[in-house]
Design a protein around this ligand. Structure first.
Ligand SMILES: Cc1cc2nc3c(=O)[nH]c(=O)nc-3n(C[C@H](O)[C@H](O)[C@H](O)COP(=O)(O)OP(=O)(O)OC[C@H]3O[C@@H](n4cnc5c(N)ncnc54)[C@H](O)[C@@H]3O)c2cc1C
Length: 307
């Protein structure tokens, strides 16, 4: 019986595992090798590690966890059963010979999100270097550059206006999804943000440096630009929170947690992108640390606590 099983070894899961190991808890972490930012060339804004490659940050994190006595296994968690308040059974594998079960008193879900990405040719060639989804992460690198924004609806208008923090050269591409209100259009016009409604044929640029140079449209038109930001939404990377019956936050649809990072299911905690609030590596790591503090506290026998 482990004290805690952590599902997901991104910044949230590894930070929680490190703290749990330092509390001398028996912690088992599942590592399934596809973190959200695997395409990013560097993690921006992570104090003390600004610009570190995502792979390097996670490799260091895994090393720190195992050095402190935590165990990390590479496997996909496919199911979790709640046998009692203090007893969870975690299943890995898909019913074949790799299927295994592991038991724990607490579970931390740190499984993250998957981005819905454009399906146009060339996208993967530039993603993470000159094609982005997160202005907080990559806006600074686009100061005074020509930015294209892909998306539709009022949410994307807000997203495009937010990029004015870094540049005044912004073009919004809606691909004909004509769902902009008159008010949205007036706001965009007030800040000289032009709107293109044609659909994208392909992204083009320098493949070696992954630098986007232009967007080619199906009608033959071309938009010269230095970066593309897309705003197409996200989805949870796993359905384990649904299997466990965790409540969702009404405003954003992500997994609801209380101030201790505990979900609506007793003994199940969640941290990182899967929960509401900013989706940044440093925030995920901080939430993982908070979850670990409260998981450790919940496992301390009442006799060892003050009245
Ligand atoms: C292209 C890109 C660039 C980014 N750039 C920055 C940046 O510059 N600065 C910044 O602060 N943030 C950046 N981010 C955001 C940052 O990557 C996330 O906020 C952060 O990774 C969230 O950490 P997490 O631990 O919650 O989730 P993740 O990092 O996504 O980790 C979740 C882990 O859980 C695993 N997992 C999921 N389901 C299972 C399962 N069933 N069994 C086992 N394992 C499972 C996944 O494989 C993954 O490894 C970027 C994101 C992207 C996509």
């Amino acid at each position: 019986m482990y004290d805690c099983i952590v599902v997901g070894a991104g910044p949230a899961g590894l930070s929680a595992s490190l703290f749990l190991a330092r509390y001398r808890r028996r912690v088992l972490t599942f590592h399934h090798n596809s973190p959200r930012n695997e395409y990013a060339h560097g993690v921006h804004g992570f104090l003390g590690h600004h610009g570190i490659s995502p792979a390097e940050l996670l490799a260091r994190g895994r090393d720190e966890v195992t050095t402190h006595g935590g165990l990390i296994i590479e496997a996909c968690v496919t199911g979790i059963e709640r046998l009692s308040n203090e007893h969870f059974r975690v299943h890995t594998g898909h019913g074949n010979q790799d299927s295994r079960t592991f038991d724990a008193q607490r579970v931390l879900l740190a499984t993250g999100l998957r981005d819905l990405t454009p399906d146009c040719p060339g996208f993967r060639d530039f993603y993470g270097v000159s094609v982005h989804h997160c202005p907080d992460c990559d806006g600074y690198e686009c100061i005074d550059k020509r930015i294209a924004v892909l998306g539709s609806g009022t949410k994307t208008v807000g997203f495009a206006l937010g990029l004015l923090t870094w540049t005044n050269h912004i073009t919004l591409i809606t691909e004909g999804k004509d769902d902009l209100s008159q008010e949205d259009r007036a706001k965009l016009a007030a800040f000289q943000i032009s709107v293109r409604e044609q659909s994208i044929k392909a992204l083009d640029g320098d493949l070696k440096s992954k630098q986007l140079r232009r967007i080619l449209f199906n009608d033959g038109d071309v938009l010269e630009c230095d970066a593309l930001f897309f705003n197409l939404g996200t989805e949870p990377a796993s359905n384990l929170h649904e299997i466990l019956g965790c409540k969702l936050d009404e405003s954003c649809g992500l997994v609801w947690v209380d101030q201790t990072q505990q979900t609506s299911v007793e003994g199940v905690y969640a941290a990182g992108d899967l929960t509401p609030d900013s989706q940044l590596a440093i925030v995920a790591a901080a939430e993982g640390a908070m979850a670990a503090i409260h998981i450790h506290d919940s496992l301390i026998p009442s006799a060892r606590k003050p009245k």
